[in-house]
Design a binder for this molecule. Structure first.
Ligand code: ADP
Length: 310
């Protein structure tokens, strides 16, 4: 039987302005293009899981504005149950204003908006509905105390917890005891453990550091190289897939969704990291975060083609 996935986290609308150059303070400049893209790490992971045919629910908050409506619609369009997304009338939807200049450099301002209002009371209100789910995906774009509160409470019911510790920040020791899986990239694991990852030994030591703190299994995302799997049973680098990467935005979110979905289908750890590598790789093959996130058939035929080639 397929297990059910619940994502608890952020929903953002990315507002992207393309111009030849950035304006000076006080200057008004004519830009060239404007685009809006659904984003936020929570929303990205939920959409990626939805495309992979998971039974997935999003728990989060948006504001009572046009972006909030669009984000909810986008979740539903991608097969995500959105009745756990609350429309908070006192605040804006979370947004990121992204300016891109002619050289492709960017400047970003993020306003957490409704994401910042996700408090423990909201978790309590949602909790009964959440208990119908098995595997929980968290990230760090909602208040940290809410993440700790929710994870601790879910653990009391024996739920499976996957934390993507992104964006990078320090975490209180307490949280590690509640994590079945943590999925940092190189920068995030360095932030958490103080250890730079130059060699396989570094990866093992940083992974062991987190496991000593109480984490079950560490999955260290290594970009095109794939990911390390560090558990009590095993230490291995599970190689990534070779693709023509165009934009790696959202690769980590796609990876996490792929990992969760594969676990939900009852696959083992090695196979699930392999599957996550495929989802992450495919997500880099076009511009944008959600734009290139693959569906189930795409991932399966991609993995099968890779197996035949060898
Ligand atoms: P983040 O996006 O969080 O910085 P990574 O860059 O490590 O994390 O990417 C997450 C995962 O996506 C990787 O572990 C890998 O599976 C896949 N991935 C990322 N970049 C590439 C790439 N250029 N080629 C193939 N796979 C990639």
């Amino acid at each position: 039987m397929m297990k059910k996935i619940c994502v608890v986290g952020s929903l953002n609308m990315d507002l992207v302005v393309i111009a030849d150059r950035f304006p000076q303070p006080g200057e008004t400049l004519s830009g060239k293009e404007f685009h809006t893209f659904p984003g936020g790490k929570g929303g990205n992971q939920a959409v990626a899981a939805g495309r992979l045919q998971a039974d997935v629910r999003m728990v989060g908050k948006v504001g009572d504005d046009i972006y909030g409506k669009q984000l909810i619609l986008n979740l539903q369009k991608n097969g995500v149950k959105a009745d756990g997304v609350f429309v908070d009338s006192g605040v804006s939807t979370g947004i990121a204003v992204i300016e891109v200049d002619g050289a492709g450099e960017n400047q970003i301002v993020i306003v957490a908006g409704a994401n910042g209002k996700l408090d423990s009371r909201f978790i309590d209100e949602q909790f009964d509905a959440m208990l119908e789910y098995d595997i929980f995906l968290f990230q760090l774009e909602i208040p940290l105390e809410t993440v700790v509160y929710a994870i601790k409470k879910l653990k009391e019911y024996g739920k499976t917890i996957i934390l993507d510790p992104a964006p990078a920040r320090l975490l209180p020791d307490e949280i590690f005891n509640y994590l079945d899986y943590i999925t940092p990239n190189e920068m995030e694991i360095t932030m958490l453990t103080g250890k730079k990852i130059r060699t396989a030994d570094d990866a093992r030591e940083a992974g062991d550091w987190l496991r000593r703190k109480g984490v079950g299994t560490v999955i260290l995302k290594m970009g095109k190289n794939g990911a390390y799997l560090i558990s009590d049973q095993e230490f291995s680098l599970i190689p990534g897939f070779t693709v023509n990467a165009i934009d790696t935005t959202g690769a980590g979110d796609s990876f996490n969704a792929g990992f969760g979905v594969s676990l939900a289908r009852g696959n083992g750890l090695w196979e699930s990291v392999r599957f996550a590598n495929a989802v992450g790789a495919l997500s880099t093959t076009a511009k944008g975060a959600q734009n290139a996130m693959p569906d189930w058939e795409q991932v399966m035929s991609f993995i099968n083609a890779e197996v035949t080639r060898r």
